[in-house]
Design a protein around this ligand. Structure first.
Ligand code: NAD
Length: 483
């Protein structure tokens, strides 16, 4: 079905770059098709989602196996939950709500404007470009696609070159469900990505690092392409003085070790009351060892995506050790063996604020613990740094919740848990400041990828024409009454 010549050489993990012309002609074909059918009805959009659901289910085993090969070891159950089930949940939720979202929304017309009807019509934008990263390549390609199709758009997807086998499965399943003039996957390296983001899409959804996001926004600006930027950053977990330490450790360690910390909303560091640091560290060890009794040998513990990222994480740790930061292993010493690219999880106790660990997004199984003396200090620490994608708060006090929610700005929040807000489909998802802009998921996501077209329809008795020249004395008097 796919006519555009994109191919992934699976064995070498290299990617054959499509010519710039192929990308442009793929976009031209989609635009032509869109112009012929610019407003797919509800039945059509639901049928699109049905087809996507079918291929996602039928390729799920292939997805899990490709992910495991790309990572050199990725937890099967985590892959099913976070890639297949989360995506299916989003699709089914969207399909259920779609009829309601597509309805025109009635708006108020002020009396002085005379009779008529005002409404907002959600209209497809056209062609949506989607760029996705390697950490959840399926979810982060297909959830934006679900939003694009639900809003009646066509889409081109550029998946990451660092997960080539999974990108190839995505390409295959999309080609099975859709003709290329509706949805096309364009794998390729960074050069392809650069060409891709320079295309004159009607909207671009970019998920990736903050640095590349800056570049993407600059390039998109040349075509005035609106962007949704889903970026990274350092998401804090704030353990309040009244938190139950073991319960907080259970959720923070879970959030940190899922996908070996290679998650945009992974808790990056924990702010812990100074007096509770030791208890918290012990609780984290206990929880990690219960979750992964085999340590690095556990099939549920995921590898680091490649040698470059492993080297990056190891360099953060050696710099921390060299500067005297205490590093505490979460696994017992006899449960750490050199398996594939698995990096045994650790805590870094109070690394310096200017250390690599505290300056960069960790994106791996290292949790820094920053002790604090008062809740105000902890809030000030968060506010002194770029705005995070997620914030986690552990507390039993509603006054603390109110205080932290109103005094910090971040992409999204889970209270007394980590990561889960992202799976609540009815909540929008997106960063703020350095962690991104715009939303997808939920009704906000549908609106992001629609033109919410305001329409005024004049009908009924035309009292409004009194406000046109010639302005007689009577009309002047009427106008003066409007002030
Ligand atoms: P990345 O920015 O290196 O790459 C992401 C995508 O961008 C890839 O498809 C890549 O080919 C493309 N790309 C790379 N260089 C480009 C360029 N110069 N121009 C255009 N496109 C380019 O990110 P990554 O390493 O794949 O992913 C990890 C980052 O993504 C982390 O920072 C993480 O926090 C972030 N992330 C954010 C979310 C979110 O929802 N906010 C989700 C997952 C990952």
């Amino acid at each position: 079905m796919q006519t555009v010549a994109y191919a992934v050489a699976a064995s070498s993990q290299s990617v054959e770059a499509p010519a710039q012309d192929s990308l442009r002609s793929a976009l031209a074909a989609q635009r032509h098709a869109f112009n012929l059918a610019p407003f797919p009805d509800l039945a059509h959009r639901k049928a699109d989602l049905d087809r996507l659901e079918k291929v996602l289910v039928s390729h799920s085993a292939e997805i899990v196996s490709a992910l495991s090969q790309d990572f050199g070891g990725r937890s099967e159950q985590e892959a099913v939950l976070s890639e297949v089930i989360v995506t299916l949940n989003n699709l089914r939720y969207t399909r259920r709500r779609l009829g309601r979202w597509m309805k025109p929304r009635k708006r108020h017309v002020p009396l002085e404007l005379g009779s008529g009807r005002a409404y907002v019509l959600p209209q497809p934008l056209g062609i949506v470009g989607i760029v996705s990263p390697w950490n959840f390549p399926v979810q982060l390609s297909l959830v934006p696609l679900i939003g694009a199709l639900a809003a009646g758009n066509r889409a081109m997807i550029k998946p990451s070159e660092l997960s080539p086998l999974t990108s190839d499965v995505i390409r295959k399943l999309v080609a099975e469900a859709f003709p290329p003039e509706q949805v096309v996957v364009c794998p390729g390296d960074v050069d392809v990505a650069r060409t891709f983001v320079a295309l004159p899409f009607d909207h671009l959804v970019y998920t990736g690092s903050t640095d590349v996001g800056r570049h993407v926004m600059r390039v998109a600006a040349d075509n005035l392409v609106p962007v949704t930027l889903e970026l990274g950053g350092k998401s804090p977990a704030l353990v309040a003085p009244d938190a139950v330490v073991l319960e907080a450790a259970k959720d923070i360690v879970f959030g940190k070790l899922l996908n070996a910390g290679q998650i945009c909303i992974s808790p990056d560091y924990a702010l812990v009351p100074r007096a509770l640091v030791k208890e918290f560290a012990r609780a984290c060890q206990q929880v990690a060892q219960q979750m992964f009794p085999e340590g690095t040998a556990s099939g549920d513990y995921t590898s680091i995506i490649n040698q470059r990222h492993l080297g990056r994480l190891e360099s953060y740790l050696s710099a921390a050790r060299a500067s005297g930061t205490e590093i505490v292993s979460l696994f017992a010493a006899d449960k750490i063996s050199p398996v594939s690219r698995k990096l045994a999880p650790v805590l870094a106790i109070d690394p310096a604020d200017d250390s690599a660990l505290m300056q960069n997004e960790v994106f791996g199984p290292i949790l820094s613990i920053k002790p604090y003396d008062s809740l105000d200090d902890a809030i000030a620490f968060i506010n002194s740094r770029p705005r995070p994608l997620a914030l986690y708060l552990f507390t039993r006090s509603s006054a603390t919740i109110d205080r932290v929610m109103k005094r910090t700005v971040c992409g999204s929040v889970s209270i007394n848990d980590t990561l889960v807000h992202c799976a609540v489909e009815d909540l929008p998802f997106g960063g703020v400041g350095a962690s991104g802009m715009g939303h997808y998921h939920g009704p906000e996501g549908f609106e992001t990828l629609s033109k919410m077209k305001p329409i005024f329809h004049r009908k009924g008795f035309r009292t409004d024409r009194f406000a046109r020249p010639p302005f007689t004395t009577f009309k002047k008097w009427l106008i003066s009454r409007l002030i």
